[in-house]
Design a protein around this ligand. Structure first.
Ligand SMILES: C[S@@+](CC[C@H](N)C(=O)[O-])C[C@H]1O[C@@H](n2cnc3c(N)ncnc32)[C@H](O)[C@@H]1O
Length: 261
C-alpha cells in the first residue's frame, strides 16, 4: 500500500512499545482481561499487543487483531507464530471504520495510538462498541499531541512545529483530548479517564519518537519556516543534548468505558 499520513514502520512501533509497556499493561488491567475471554485489538500493528493479550486469555480464549496495512498483518502473523500463540490469535486486514465481526462478539476491545491517524474516529469507536458484548469494556489509548513540549528558548518555533505535527503530519493529532467527549457521546458507562505523562531526556530518542525529521521537513517545504529558524532550533537542542539537559514530554490519554444495555 502507499504510505499514509503519519505512517510508522514496525521498528518504530517496537521501540515505542517498549518505552510505554507500563501503559499497555495498564490498559489490560482496566479492561479486566481474564482467561477464556475473546479480545479485539484495533490497529494492532505488528502484534504489538495481541501476543501479550494471548497470554492473558490463554489457549481457552481468543484474540483478534485488525490493521488496514497488510504488511503489519503479515508481520503480526509471523510474530504470533514465533511466540507460539498462533493457535488462538488471528490478525486480519480491515479498516477500523468497518470491522469484519458480528455484533456483540468480544468481551473487550482496545485500540492504541490509532485514533490520531483517523479522519472519522467516532465511526471507529462506534464499530468497537458494536462488536463488543453488552457490559464489555472498550479501551482507547491515544496521544494528546497538543501537550507535546520541548524545553527550548525558541518557544515560537517549538509551538509552530507542534502544530505542524498535530494538524498536518497527523490526521487527528488532538485525538487524546477528544476521547472523553467521544465516549460520552457514544453513551459508554463507567468511564475512566487517565492521563499518563511521558518524559524523554534522550534527544536522539525524542527525535525518533516524535518523527522530528518529518515534521521539520514539512515545516520547511509547506509552511513559512526558514532554514535559519530550523538551524536555531537544532543548535539549542544539540547543546542541550551535549550538556545532558534535553527535556521533552507528552501526555497519553487512556479512556475505558463499558458498553451500555
Ligand atoms: C501508531 S500505530 C500503533 C500500532 C499498535 N496499536 C501499537 O500500539 O503499537 C497505528 C496503527 O494503526 C493502523 N491504522 C491506522 N489507520 C487505520 C485504520 N483506518 N484501520 C485500521 N488500522 C489503521 C496503522 O496501520 C498502524 O499499524
Amino acid at each position: 500500500m502507499t504510505q499514509l499520513k503519519g505512517y510508522v514502520n514496525t521498528e518504530y512501533l517496537q521501540t515505542v512499545g517498549e518505552f510505554i509497556s507500563n501503559l499497555k499493561q495498564r490498559s489490560y488491567t482496566l479492561m479486566q482481561i481474564h482467561p477464556g475471554q475473546t479480545i479485539l485489538d484495533v490497529g494492532c500493528g505488528p502484534a504489538s499487543d495481541t501476543i501479550q493479550l494471548a497470554h492473558l486469555v490463554g489457549q481457552v480464549g481468543k484474540v483478534f487483531g485488525v490493521d488496514h496495512d497488510q504488511n503489519m498483518i503479515d508481520e503480526a502473523e509471523k510474530c504470533a507464530e514465533i511466540a507460539g500463540v498462533s493457535g488462538w490469535v488471528k490478525h486480519k486486514c480491515a479498516d477500523s471504520g468497518s470491522l469484519p465481526f458480528e455484533t456483540n462478539t468480544f468481551d473487550a476491545c482496545r485500540s492504541e495510538r490509532v485514533f490520531q491517524h483517523l479522519l472519522d474516529p467516532e465511526q471507529t469507536l462506534s464499530e468497537m462498541i458494536r462488536v463488543t458484548k453488552v457490559g464489555g469494556r472498550v479501551a482507547v489509548l491515544d496521544t494528546d499531541w497538543s501537550s507535546f513540549s520541548i524545553d527550548t528558548p525558541e518557544v515560537d518555533i517549538e509551538r509552530r512545529l507542534a502544530r505542524v505535527n498535530a494538524e498536518r503530519v497527523l490526521n487527528n493529532g488532538y485525538s487524546g483530548r477528544q476521547l472523553y467527549r467521544l465516549f460520552k457521546r457514544q453513551e459508554l458507562t463507567d468511564i475512566t479517564i487517565e492521563i499518563h505523562p511521558l518524559v524523554v531526556t534522550d534527544y536522539t530518542f525524542a527525535r525518533q519518537c516524535a518523527v522530528l525529521d518529518e515534521i521539520e521537513y514539512i515545516a520547511l517545504t509547506e509552511y513559512s519556516f526558514t532554514d535559519q529558524e530550523i538551524q536555531r532550533w537544532h543548535t539549542y537542542l544539540e547543546q542541550a543534548d551535549v550538556s545532558g539537559t534535553f527535556f521533552g514530554s507528552i501526555n497519553q490519554v487512556m479512556a475505558v468505558g463499558r458498553k451500555p444495555r
